[in-house]
Ligand binder design. Structure first.
Ligand code: ADP
Length: 158
């Protein structure tokens, strides 16, 4: 049976940190499904369609990565796709507290699904989508924080 991991997130936008987590996860899992969350409460800079497009571009030609949108419970999405693992990245102690609560609650709801955490590589620890969004909104150059195949202006305002 294929080992499938779901990497859920907002990815607004997808950064070099996210890219590195997915690439490393490909050594651990047969397939990774990047699940772009549709959260109506969050004010996004990039539309869900554009976020999916930018991520698909990064993994063009990598048949083991699938990009899809989702809403509702992550564990239900995993069950529907036969995934036994939720993949998350850990940067700081603040990430840990939030991820621990989320991981424990998901585990209570779906004990057959484990959350797997990968520590961020040291150079990607400060990279944060919220700050990248602020740089873009203020006209700064955020290209060093996103994968080289993403040209930010191609996805803005669409
Ligand atoms: P969410 O809104 O679900 O937190 P994000 O898109 O912010 O969505 O993050 C998705 C996942 O990627 C989370 O597990 C987060 O900790 C991880 N992540 C965010 N930034 C980085 C980074 N620079 N390096 C590694 N992992 C990261």
């Amino acid at each position: 049976m294929d080992k499938v991991a779901v990497f859920p997130g907002s990815f607004d936008p997808f950064t070099v940190g996210h890219e590195s987590i997915v690439k490393r996860a490909l050594a651990l899992f047969d397939r990774v499904i990047i699940a772009v969350g549709e959260n109506a409460e969050k004010k996004n800079l990039f539309s869900i369609t554009m976020r999916m497009k930018m991520i698909s571009k990064v993994f063009e030609g990598e048949g083991r990565v699938e990009v899809t949108r989702y809403s509702g419970l992550t564990v239900e999405f995993c069950r529907k796709h036969g995934a036994r693992y939720i993949l998350r990245g850990l940067r700081t102690a603040a990430d840990f507290e939030y991820e621990r609560a989320m991981g424990h609650m998901n585990w209570k709801m779906a004990p057959e699904i484990d959350t797997v955490f990968l520590l961020t590589s040291t150079e990607h620890t400060p990279v944060n989508s919220t700050i990248v969004r602020d740089i873009i909104k203020n006209g700064g150059d955020a290209s060093m924080f996103v994968p080289s195949s993403i040209i930010i202006s191609d996805y803005l305002g669409k």
